[in-house]
Write a protein that binds this ligand. Structure first.
Ligand SMILES: [Zn+2]
Length: 180
């Protein structure tokens, strides 16, 4: 059991986590270090909820918690998902079953199931996530994961991917973050 890990189960937007998620969490983490995040502010954008889960849930947890796990509602962990805790990066994303080009690069990162070091989150000035848009504001160019990936790489931190989980959707954009 990893008692230094805080778990934030992202129940947004539907308001629940699954029994399969609960079973996996209780098998691997201390129940006292587990929280759910449900975005009460329904007008806030998804990226605001991502940032709020970090600022208002994760970083407020007791100091002995040195790593965090963030898990989206539509993820089902597998027996290989814990491998993200063996990977030697500041931020590690768990791969999912979408193979196209989503995991094409070593530093590909998406935020459906990911692990972060507390120090690295604190060393990253907020906002952690934002949505890249076209200059005229009509198109989302990528998912918010790429924005985060590019930001922490610029700050000199390490980011990558490991393990495997099942994910119900590809996300807004399923690229391998290759052009940063
Ligand atoms: Zn993504």
């Amino acid at each position: 059991m990893l008692s230094h890990v805080g778990v934030i189960a992202f129940s947004y937007p539907k308001g629940y986590v699954t029994f399969r998620q609960m079973r996996w969490v209780l098998e691997n983490f201390d129940i006292d270090n587990c929280r759910t995040y449900f975005g009460e502010n329904r007008r806030a954008e998804l990226v605001c909820h991502r940032n709020s889960a970090i600022k208002n849930v994760a970083l407020l947890m007791p100091k002995h918690i040195t790593e965090f796990l963030f898990m989206d509602r539509d993820v089902t962990p597998t027996e290989r998902s814990m491998e993200i805790f063996d990977a030697d990066f500041d931020f590690v994303s768990c791969r999912d079953q979408f193979k196209e080009n989503k995991w094409a690069t070593k530093s590909a990162f998406h935020n459906h199931l990911w692990r972060a070091k507390r120090e690295a989150l604190l060393d990253t000035p907020p906002p952690w996530f934002d949505m890249p848009r076209s200059r005229d504001g009509t198109i989302n160019l990528n998912c918010e994961c790429k924005w985060f990936r590019d930001k922490v790489v610029t700050l000199g931190m390490t980011i990558g991917n490991a393990g495997m989980c099942h994910h119900d959707s590809t996300g807004l954009w399923c690229g391998g973050n290759e052009d940063a």
